[in-house]
Design a protein around this ligand. Sequence first.
Ligand SMILES: Cc1cc2nc3c(=O)[nH]c(=O)nc-3n(C[C@H](O)[C@H](O)[C@H](O)COP(=O)(O)OP(=O)(O)OC[C@H]3O[C@@H](n4cnc5c(N)ncnc54)[C@H](O)[C@@H]3O)c2cc1C
Length: 172
Amino acid sequence: MDTQALNLDKSIPLTVVSPRNHFVFTPLLPSASVGTLECRCIQEPVRTILGSNGSYLQAKARTLDTANKRILCESIHNELFEVEYDKLVIAVGVKTNTFGIESIKQAASAHDDVFFLKHLAHARAIRTNIIDSFEQAAIPTVTDAERRRLLSFLVVGGGPTSCEFTAELHGT
Ligand SMILES: Cc1cc2nc3c(=O)[nH]c(=O)nc-3n(C[C@H](O)[C@H](O)[C@H](O)COP(=O)(O)OP(=O)(O)OC[C@H]3O[C@@H](n4cnc5c(N)ncnc54)[C@H](O)[C@@H]3O)c2cc1C
């Protein structure tokens, strides 16, 4: 595969294929998850960034056919289609690393009160859960034990993201 540096000038049409239709400024995700910032303040639509010079397709690249310079894509609604390319840039990022603790992944998919913090959707879900927990805790019939459970938050990990999230939650 040709991996030389690309010199993209504005006359070259671009096609962006990504399931996420926006760029997200990840360092501010902890702020968006507690409401210090609104989600819309930390994202930029891909189409705005591309302007009139490119097109955007909300899909995942599934199979790469380098011989015929084609990618098989799958839209987020499971429709399959092909995109032809002249030059290809692959920048699909990485999955969240749980450092071998598989039960975290299982818990995040099985329970509606366990979250990762990597995408805007996670920040929205955490924020909704925090608001719901406080509202539920304010209901007079809720027992003290249940109120304590509702208002207890556990942050897994001790890196920058978890420290920033903990500080944001504490300051809210
Ligand atoms: C909460 C948080 C805070 C952070 N803070 C900092 C910081 O302060 N400083 C710093 O330097 N870094 C920070 N980072 C790390 C930084 O966000 C990442 O290093 C950076 O986003 C990686 O960029 P990327 O383009 O490689 O991948 P990503 O930003 O993950 O982008 C990958 C894109 O590819 C798309 N994609 C995935 N699979 C496919 C597919 N099959 N087909 C098509 N598209 C696909 C995804 O939808 C996504 O749009 C932080 C990360 C997080 C989560």
